[in-house]
Every structure is written in structure tokens, then in C-alpha cells.
Design a protein around this ligand. Structure first.
Ligand SMILES: Cc1ncc(COP(=O)(O)O)c(C=O)c1O
Length: 316
């Protein structure tokens, strides 16, 4: 049970004791959790020099695998991180690790690739001489019910999403310090997670998820210029277009956000998570997801089911 005043995070999962004894993929071996270690010289540990991807397993299928791989390989190429992997190779790692853990559904993977072990404890990428470090952690994972029933409390934070020429928010890099600072600021303001603005003051994203509002029957999200190119974000936009729900990617401010009828977050882990309040102001009426968010949740669930059925060659 979560006490009423307890902190909620967008990645809260129901407790599952099986996660104490999972097996983890580390550089070609699938080993018990306690033995899954990397070097203190690892580029990821020292510098946050690595990329990761979060994927979810539904009935034996990794949802929207191609989109995740597109982002992952684009990110690695952009920072000249040579993983030696292919999407098929990644799929084999994920499937072998899930099988070693007897997992077929309600599982979440954090796939991580870093520039690997360094010869000396300094920044220069040429010191990473021993090949990449590749890790896949897959946990039994069911988003906590409170996420759906109570919603998330957000606080607007001073930490902003930067311009793409500093550290482009599209990199799912190991270093998430920008987001961690935002989350700390929100927590210290008494909220669960941070709502981040862009450099011009428009509402952009949260520290861990993409952000949407519903206003007068329209779904709005940021232009996408300063936020993670979320797979779930794009699915929601596509589903709105396909189902006659007006959707706009646009600049908007806190003024329109506070006055929204509904707000929700998107991410692979929680799909669509309702927002209960922002800066102490309640959003929408009552607890949980509003009608448009609920409709989008249903459409997304169907889209995942259709994807899984197609991969399995089953009629929906
Ligand atoms: C900062 C941030 N925003 C949004 C997302 C959601 O992206 P996706 O929908 O692809 O899981 C993530 C997930 O990696 C993230 O790290």
C-alpha cells in the first residue's frame, strides 16, 4: 500500500519479489543479478558516455521494436559509439535474456551500451579501448495502479531543456543529469516529478516522460524541438490523427497548461499516465484519467495488441 502522502514516480511498479533473483545480460553472458557487474573504468560509469533504450515485452513481443532500434542506432551513430550490434543481434539478446528469466509478458528492459572500459580514468574517448559494454536488465514490471488512479503531481522547475547544440534532448544518454536535477527540484518543491520548459519558456516535457495536455477537445504537445523523440509520444500523435482526435504539436505556455481539461504523460513504461496537479493546481475533474486520456489509452492498448498479433501472425 502506498500512503497518501508517499512519493509517486512515473516508473513505479507493483512489487515483484522475482526481481530479486533475475538474470542479467552482460557482454555475452547471462548471469545472476549479484554477478552482473561492470568495471569502475567503464565509460558509462565515469562519464555517462553511453546510450540506452527502454522496451516493453507484451505476450512474447517487444512492442514497437523497429522504432526503438531506429532511435537507439541513430543515437549511437551520432556519438560514434561502435557497438558491433545489429537490430537482429539486439533482438536475440533481449529474447535470450527474457527466456533465461522465464518472462513472456509484463516485463521491461533497460538496454544499455557504453563506450566500454577505459585505459585511464580520463574523458578522452580514445581511452575507451576494449570494446563496448553491453547490458540488458529485464525486470518483471507492472505499472503501479496508483499511477492510473491517482495521477502524478508535477512542479514546474528552473532546470530547462536545452538547445540541441548543447546536449540534444534526443540522446537517450546514460548521463541524465539535466533530468535528475529537474526531478530533484520538483521533489524539493513537494511534487513527484518535474515539468520542464524550453529555452523560450514554453512547456516542453517532464524529466522522464513526454507531456500532453487536452484543451477544449484538442490534444496539444510541444513542437518536439527540445524533448526526447519518444516512441509513445509519436504513437499517441499518430493514433489521434488516425482516429479523428484533433492533435497539435505547438508552442504553449503554463497559462494554457494550468487551464487544461486534462494532462497526461507518455512513455514506454507507463503508456499514458494521468497528471493530477501542476504547481499545486488541480488538472481536470476528479481523480485519474479524463475522458480523452482514457480514449487514447484504449487506442494505444489496441495498437500494442495489433502489433503483437502481427508479429505473431495472428488475426486480431
Ligand atoms: C526524458 C525522456 N522523455 C521521454 C521518454 C519516453 O520515451 P518513450 O516513449 O520512447 O519510452 C523517455 C524514455 O526514454 C525519456 O528518457
Amino acid at each position: 500500500m502506498t500512503p497518501d502522502n508517499a512519493q509517486t514516480t512515473t516508473h513505479d511498479a507493483e512489487h515483484d519479489g522475482r526481481n530479486d533473483a533475475i538474470k542479467i545480460y552482460v557482454n555475452g553472458r547471462i548471469v545472476p543479478k549479484d554477478e552482473a557487474t561492470v568495471s569502475v573504468y567503464d565509460s558509462g560509469f565515469m562519464l555517462g558516455d553511453g546510450m540506452w533504450e527502454g522496451l516493453r515485452l507484451y505476450n512474447g513481443v517487444w512492442a514497437f521494436f523497429e522504432e526503438h532500434m531506429d532511435r537507439f542506432f541513430n543515437s549511437m551513430k551520432s556519438v560514434s559509439l561502435e557497438s558491433g550490434l545489429t537490430p537482429d543481434g539486439v533482438l536475440k539478446i533481449l529474447n535470450d535474456t527474457a527466456a533465461a528469466n522465464d518472462m513472456t509478458t509484463d516485463a521491461h528492459c533497460r538496454l544499455m551500451v557504453t563506450r566500454g572500459r577505459k585505459a585511464k580514468p580520463f574523458q578522452h574517448p580514445s581511452l575507451s579501448r576494449f570494446g563496448p559494454t553491453i547490458v540488458a536488465i529485464i525486470e518483471h514490471s507492472k505499472p503501479a495502479e496508483t499511477l492510473r488512479t491517482r495521477g502524478i503531481r508535477l512542479a514546474t522547475v528552473p532546470q530547462v531543456r536545452g538547445l540541441p547544440m548543447s546536449q540534444d534532448a534526443k540522446y537517450n544518454s546514460h548521463s541524465k543529469l539535466n533530468c535528475v536535477i529537474a526531478c530533484l527540484q520538483a521533489e524539493q518543491a513537494g511534487a513527484d516529478e518535474g515539468l520542464m520548459l524550453d529555452p523560450h519558456g514554453f512547456v516542453n516535457t517532464t524529466n522522464a516522460c513526454n507531456f500532453f495536455i487536452v484543451r477544449r477537445g484538442e490534444v496539444w504537445t510541444s513542437t518536439g524541438d527540445y524533448c526526447m523523440n519518444g516512441v509513445t509520444r509519436q504513437k499517441v500523435i499518430d493514433l489521434c490523427h488516425a482516429n479523428g482526435i484533433p492533435v497539435r504539436e505547438k508552442n504553449y505556455s503554463l497559462y494554457e497548461t494550468y487551464g487544461a481539461d486534462e494532462a497526461f504523460l507518455t512513455g514506454t513504461f507507463g503508456a499514458q499516465t494521468p497528471v493530477a496537479e501542476i504547481d499545486g493546481k488541480p488538472i481536470g475533474e476528479g481523480e485519474g484519467a479524463g475522458p480523452v486520456t482514457q480514449r487514447i489509452r484504449g487506442l494505444y492498448k489496441d495498437a500494442v495488441a495489433a502489433y503483437v498479433a502481427e508479429r505473431k501472425g495472428v488475426a486480431v
